[in-house]
Ligand binder design. Structure first.
Ligand SMILES: [Zn+2]
Length: 324
């Protein structure tokens, strides 16, 4: 059965009675009266007895603890999901994180406690103030005109649940943003498409490449960490396979190169003093190349330095050219 509370409006000049709104014992501890609705002006003060004031404080601490636990659960789930799934199935990672936050909050939202405040002020534009109290006797101390009303649903509003959710979602976003390794995959053997596997999970297919062009390598979203990387033909034949540690923020190229072609790192300095263009062969025989710098362009030549002075800077490109 729904618990009934009591509502009354008191005269502006009437002070709240000096008794505990919860048990009607002598009130000694001043506590602000929570306002239902948008608060305007300073909160009124009610006097609770020592025991009830302690209970209220404990309930508030519990509420904060619940939010903290659900936030931590969300962060833990986000970390686990990102470690296991890496850059794959981001939708599932978001869903698991939201569930981990919402589940403990949802379970406690239905548990009705009697630990909340026993007196609320109702936000109204009009004066005098309206009060909502658990005990009728508390209000009859001020006025005889008391009406009944259902118990206010105030415990742990969904408004508060937003914070653990924001914390966990920000954490997940941070993991994917800061923990990202830039992985590109090239398939130099022909003629059919090949499938990229990251940690034995199927990722996009990639078409064969015979020569350099801007779409020769396909980016594959991957988080840093120890990863098992593979490129297999559509019939399941392994073309390239490696287990390696990918570092966040570094650029990697995985795959096989067309026959007779090698990887080069082209760098071009721009600006008044810059004149250096360098082309150096990338060492390593694959199937995974860790690039020594962050790459600006993949498999396309850099623009030559114009005759007019331009703003400075150094750009780097990965090139696929005939082997020396
Ligand atoms: Zn009390």
């Amino acid at each position: 059965m729904q618990e009934l509370w009591f509502q009354a409006k008191a005269e502006q000049s009437r002070l709240l009675p000096p008794v505990c709104p919860r048990c009607l014992a002598v009130g000694v501890r001043p506590l602000p009266v929570p306002v239902l609705g948008p608060a305007t002006g300073p909160a009124a003060t009610a006097y609770y007895c020592e025991r009830c004031a302690d209970d209220l404080e404990r309930a508030r601490t519990l509420q904060v603890a619940r939010l903290a636990v659900s936030g931590l659960l969300g962060i833990g789930t986000a970390t686990t999901a990102a470690l296991i799934l890496g850059g794959a199935q981001v939708g599932h990672q978001v869903m698991a994180t939201v569930l981990a936050v919402a589940l403990p909050l949802g379970l406690t939202a239905f548990s009705t406690t009697s630990d909340g405040p026993a007196l609320y002020q109702i936000a109204t534009d009009s004066t005098p103030p309206h009060w909502l109290a658990r005990r009728r006797e508390y209000l009859t101390e001020m006025t005889a005109d008391v009406s009944t009303r259902p118990r206010p649903r105030t415990h742990l509003g969904w408004r508060h649940a937003v914070w653990p959710l924001v914390a966990a979602a920000t954490w997940l976003l941070g993991l994917h943003w800061l923990g990202r390794a830039e992985l590109r995959v090239i398939h130099g053997g022909g003629p059919a498409d090949a499938i990229v596997l990251v940690d034995h999970r199927r990722r996009p297919s990639i078409g064969p490449t015979q020569s350099e062009h801007p779409h020769a390598a396909r980016p594959v979203a991957t988080l840093a960490g120890r990863r098992s990387l593979a490129l297999v033909s559509e019939t399941g034949q392994p073309l390239a396979e490696v287990t390696a540690t990918l570092w966040p923020g570094r650029d990697y190229l995985l795959g096989t190169l067309p026959r007779g072609q090698c990887l080069f790192l082209e760098s071009q300095e721009y600006g008044a003093r810059g004149d250096a263009r360098q082309l150096v062969a990338l060492t390593g025989s694959g199937p995974l190349w860790e690039l020594p710098v962050n790459v600006d362009a993949w498999f396309l030549p850099l623009r030559a330095r114009p005759d007019l002075p331009t703003s400075g800077g150094l750009r780097t490109a990965v090139r696929l050219l005939a082997c020396p």
